[in-house]
Design a binder for this molecule. Sequence first.
Ligand code: PLP
Length: 414
Amino acid sequence: MSEKNVHPESLMMTLGYNPEWSEGSVKTPIFQTSTFVFKSAEEGKQFFEVITGKKTLPPGQTNGLVYSRFNNPNLEIVECRLAVYEKGAEDACVFESGMAAISTVMLEFMRPGDIVLHSNPLYGGTNTFFKSILSRYHIGAHGFMPGDKEEDIMKAIDAAGIKDKISVIFVETPANPNNVLIDIAMCVSIAKKLSTADRKVLVVADNTYMGPIWQHPIPMGADICVYSATKYLGGHSDIVAGACMGSKEHITRVKKMRNNLGGMSGPHTAWLLTRSLETLKLRMDKQCENAKVVARYLRSHPKVEKVYYFDQFDNPEQERLYKAQCSEPGAMISFDVKGGEAECFKFLNKLKLIKLAVSLGSTESLIQHPYSMTHAGVPEDIKAKINVTDKLIRFSVGVENPQDLIADIESAFK
Ligand SMILES: *Cc1c(COP(=O)(O)O)cnc(C)c1O
């Protein structure tokens, strides 16, 4: 049986680890060490020649273990498993947070004078990094809104005189907090139009909400997927971590940047993430199944005004995008409660099983009020544009019995 034909979920327990390395231990131990002993001075010299880029290894060969900022078995094992999970990727790079992944990727592929063309709305941390931090290094950002057509975006960047300055297109889809899809194929098409023979414009997709199970940006033409592995990949609300996946060439460059910036995950985080990947498909399947049941219930509830979930569409363009880029509706539901903040808070305060907390994608259900919590820092005019009002609630559905979730919602609304 060739590993190429095996489903990723079947490889997550064993791939990249040999029990002979650790007394036959079936599970990967935690290599809680900062440094590794060389067999000889010559070996140490040889490993450093690779680290410093003086020598490149033949394909398929990995460098010896040196120092845990450069490499560590836990980091390498989880990376080899993530590379298998992301459709179309050849390699993965793991970080201590999603923001470390996003910032390292952007710093590797952008130069002063460049512009990042990005979808809106963005995750708050990403938005702050683009607008307040990259700008200090003379890297600009130009956003487009959900629903903007390719022609409109091309016209806008032409008018702004930035057409030949765009080096990265960053797309986050579905957009948080109210489930709006952005067209990945359109971003790929714009990148093709802006690329020249000696300058390829990269498409970076934040796949945190749907990947790697329900959405595959790389086969659609994206170059790199970035993740907050704190969410579904980690899935137990016990780690903050990040990842990016892509071609060997791109990920090698990201790893070099990470080796310098130092955002790699530690052995314990990498080990917990490895544990999480064993149940990734099981968890996400169950969370999605639960979300479908809960969304149906919410749609019928007299105190709920509107449900934002991909089981139903009132916009044909959104339905077309859903069919083109997602295989399942996922496990994030947003909904408007009849009333405003007071009605939302009353409901949130009465929930017992469902926990009032930010973050998402975990085994336990989490719920929050974006207007006053995750999106409190977004300017009012933008909040209005992206339809984030004080009656909106964001619900990350967990793996509980769905009837218990419904019972909790029902009694909290009473
Ligand atoms: C949480 C999140 C991030 C940031 O990840 P951290 O792990 O918190 O650093 C980035 N993008 C999206 C879509 C997220 O939900």
